[in-house]
Design a protein around this ligand. Structure first.
Ligand code: DSN
Length: 478
């Protein structure tokens, strides 16, 4: 039997790896098998194409390339220049951005680059000008300490964690919470939606240097035109972290007021979520911030990963193809079908539905914590993650929510009918799970009781559902 190119490529790669450390080859094969078998509803995950995956396994991994295209601190970067320029060009065309910086290794890194660029533009550059020097190294000791105090005391207004904001938007477990004085805007307790008047009020009171929009667990669209007006009204820089919904922007599902690129001063993203590229980050901005953004490495980033930039170029080229828009629309259609299926069966959803790729189930409606629900679903072959809901009484560890998303299952080809079946499976598990107790009889927020036979039946149903939608059908590892 003659094998197709993708099967040959992955089989050969595993054979070469197996000759050195067979356990790594086995783990790679096992990961594909696990991903093929699981009903993956993690809102931030996806399945990159074989071309994207293969672009990462090569000699670019060996190359140091600190600096920017054509201005490197190492010799011999001509081929890295080629792939970095391709990735940046595709990103600019795809998103309609003036400048794209594709070196960040992750979303956190992309945000750090953006924060530094804003601080440098708004604080460092004026301070250097005032001191009449060109660079930080030329400052006197006293001016340097004065500058450090200024840089260390800046204000950021972002979405609160329990309303769906992200740790990197000024929260203490992340460096952003130590670099910035942070204040949060939440959501309206009655509707679960962002109340723009409240954001404007907080901005007027707090006078942030940076207004951040973007989320990892808010199931609705954000009006970036209004957010920009708020930022402008207080002289703030408007930053959008579109990591979760970049694929919906790329696929032109989010346009006009809901496309962040024309409205924000600076936009950050990951490349591996709804955008379906390799794990990594990216920054988009206008010409004003471009020079500062390009200083990302070595300012806050380690050496760029040229093999990942090559894969970003491949994935961004894929996202520019006409069929990506259909994929992006199906992500949202599927999320809405999933939400409707859950609502019809009695589930409680934050905001009562979704406009994007994710759904947040308030599992207190089933008498469970997020931790209990997450584990019970996992026992039943359904992979999700627990997440806080607004004003969550169970905090960020146990939580009261389960976040689910459709980018991965949509890539696999599942549609509205399968989303309804998925809703049925989830509802069956959640409604049949009860909270467990600790050894001393007190209620536990982690333990739960679920009939193993039911979990097995649901696992089998999930696997039957997936059987009709093979993952990487072109890849046969033998
Ligand atoms: N960890 C990502 C998510 O799951 O949303 C965000 O960083």
């Amino acid at each position: 039997m003659s094998l197709n190119a993708e099967s040959t490529a992955f089989r050969s790669a595993l054979e070469v790896i197996r000759a050195v450390e067979p356990r790594v080859a086995d783990a790679i094969g096992a990961e594909l098998a696990d991903q093929r078998e699981s009903l993956k509803l993690i809102a931030s995950e996806n399945y990159a194409s074989p071309a994207t995956l293969l672009a990462m396994g090569n000699w670019f991994s060996d190359k140091y390339a600190e600096g920017t295209i054509g201005r490197r601190f190492y010799a011999g970067c001509q081929n890295v220049d080629t792939v970095e320029a391709l990735a940046a060009e595709h990103a600019k065309e795809l998103f309609g951005a003036a400048h794209a910086y594709v070196q960040p290794h992750s979303g956190i890194d992309a945000n750090l680059v953006a924060f530094w660029a804003i601080l440098a533009d708004r604080v460092e550059s004026p301070a250097l000008k005032k001191a009449q020097v060109r660079q930080v190294n030329d400052l006197t000791e006293a001016d340097w300490f004065a500058l450090r105090r200024e840089l260390g005391n800046q204000r950021m207004l972002g979405m609160s964690l329990d309303a769906g904001g992200h740790l990197t938007h000024g929260f203490r477990p992340n460096i952003s919470g130590k670099m910035f004085d942070q204040r949060s805007y939440g959501t309206d307790p009655a509707t679960g939606l962002i109340d723009y008047d409240k954001v404007a009020e907080a901005a007027r009171e707090f006078k942030p240097l940076i207004l951040v929009a973007g989320y990892s667990a808010y199931p609705r669209k954000v009006n970036f035109r209004i957010m920009r007006e708020i930022a402008d009204s207080v002289g703030a820089t408007f930053m959008v972290d579109m990591a979760h919904f970049a694929g919906l922007v790329a696929g032109k599902v989010f346009t006009g007021d809901f496309d962040p690129v024309p409205h924000a001063h600076i936009v950050t993203t990951t490349t591996h979520k709804s955008l379906r590229g390799p794990r990594g980050g990216m920054v988009l901005c206008g010409p004003e911030l471009a020079d500062q953004v390009d200083r990302g490495c070595p300012m806050v980033l380690g050496g760029p990963l040229p093999h990942v930039m090559a894969a970003k170029a491949v994935a961004l080229a894929e996202a520019r193809r006409p069929d990506f828009a259909g994929y992006a629309q199906r992500i949202v259609d599927n999320a809405q079908a999933l939400a409707e299926g859950l609502l019809r069966r009695g589930a409680k959803l934050v905001t009562g539905g979704t406009d994007n790729h994710l759904v947040l189930i308030d599992v207190s409606g089933y008498g469970l914590t997020g931790r209990q629900a997450e584990q019970a679903l996992l026992d039943s072959g359904i992979v999700t993650n627990r997440n806080a809901v607004p004003q969550d009484p169970n905090g960020a560890w146990y939580t009261s929510g389960i976040r689910i998303g459709t980018p991965a299952l949509t890539t696999r080809g599942l549609g509205a009918g399968e989303m309804d079946t998925t809703a049925e499976l989830m509802h069956t598990v959640l409604s049949q799970t009860t909270p467990g107790a600790n050894a001393d009889g007190t209620p536990s927020k982690a333990k739960y009781v679920l009939d193993p036979a039911l979990a097995e039946t649901v696992s089998k149903q999930a696997s039957d559902l997936l059987a009709g939608f093979p993952l990487y059908p072109s890849v046969d590892l033998g």
